[in-house]
Write a protein that binds this ligand. Structure first.
Ligand code: TPP
Ligand code: SF4
Ligand code: MG
Length: 314
């Protein structure tokens, strides 16, 4: 093994990062080293456990500070990167995925995690979700679904069930909710899993599997908003008299129609990996194009490459 981890080298005026010791020479981060400010979520909010499990993942998988990349949009759940002492961005509402895609495509040496809420993902960010999924960009998107807009204090979200009384639907929601799992499968996500904040081991298991997937991995993680939708997920929590059913071991994760059937089960449904297939990523395709194009311009200066492009477009 080389003495340093591999950092992609690029030409032009982009600074090449200094080499860091190889993984074998470093200790994993402790929670203390990776935890930033005290989270400002309401006491009891489900988002706390998702954050705690992300810390566990970083610890367990020995992801070093300079490789931790946590991106989010806007919302309570999207405050996530603030609380992680590493690289990250609390980006524009609904636009976390395009931002994260850019990082993923330009930094093959790290795995990008995106966290956010149901509103951020499926209202304002709905289009980006579909396009990131169909492009099969290698990153993990964990939607902390609480069936409500929490940050803005209780508006109906695209996953709120029919009849949910909120500040925008005082009479009860009349719009049919979207089904995140069906949406992810239909959009072309190559890894689609479902979990809930009340089962920490399962959340960690899904995060690890998602991280190991070479492609766009989507996790719907139920995360209760105790302030504006208390008890929403009780029927999925055995401690509250509900049931937590795993995806049957006989389920074929490569069978799209079967995955769709699982996604159509009535709440609380099943938890686990519904769908997972291997498909070339945009990352791999783009790297191939860059390589073959680079070979064609070997020895040319940046301005000469630019000039060639301008000439071609005349
Ligand atoms: C362009 C824009 N539109 C609207 C808002 C207001 N806004 C902030 S967060 C949010 C929804 C958050 O809901 P969700 O993504 O479900 O996150 P939660 O707070 O429930 O975790 C909205 C509508 C905004 N900040 N920017
Ligand atoms: S308002 Fe809801 S989602 Fe936001 S921090 Fe409080 S409990 Fe969590
Ligand atoms: Mg929400």
């Amino acid at each position: 093994m080389s003495a340093t981890t591999e950092i992609p080298q690029r030409s032009g005026n982009i600074a090449v990062l200094p080499a860091v010791p190889a993984p074998g020479e470093r200790k994993g981060l402790t929670k203390k080293e990776i935890a930033a400010d005290h989270p400002t979520w309401c006491p009891g909010c489900g988002d706390f456990s998702v954050l705690a499990l992300y810390f566990k993942l970083i610890e367990k998988r020995k992801i070093w500070h300079e490789k931790v990349t946590t991106i989010a949009g806007i919302g309570c759940s999207s405050r996530f990167p603030y609380f992680v002492q590493a690289h990250g961005a609390h980006y524009i509402h609904g636009r976390a995925l395009p931002f994260a895609s850019g990082i993923s495509l330009s930094r093959p040496d790290l795995h990008v995690f995106v966290f956010g809420g149901d509103g951020d993902a499926f209202s304002i960010g709905g289009n980006h979700f579909s396009h990131t999924a169909r492009k099969n960009i290698k990153l993990t998107y964990c939607v902390m679904d609480n069936w409500v807009y929490g940050l803005t204090k209780k508006q109906t979200s695209p996953t709120s069930p029919l009849g949910f009384k909120s500040k925008t639907d005082g009479w009860g929601a009349v719009d049919y909710p979207i089904n995140p799992m069906k949406q992810a499968i239909a959009a072309g996500a190559t890894f689609v899993a479902r979990t809930t904040h009340t089962n920490p081991n399962h959340v960690l298991q899904m995060m690890e599997a998602a991280m190991d997937h070479d492609g766009f991995s989507f996790i719907e993680c139920l995360s209760e908003c105790v302030e504006f939708y208390e008890g929403a997920f009780d029927s999925s929590n055995p401690r509250k008299g509900g049931v937590f059913n795993l995806v049957p071991p006989t389920h074929d994760v490569t069978d799209e129609a079967e995955a769709y059937k699982l996604a159509g089960e009535a709440f609380p449904g099943s938890f686990g990996i519904f769908y997972q297939v291997k498909k070339p990523t945009k990352n791999a395709k783009e790297a191939g194009i860059v390589k073959s194009m680079s070979e064609k311009v070997t020895g040319l200066k940046d301005w000469q490459i630019l000039q060639k492009n301008f000439d071609r477009m005349r």
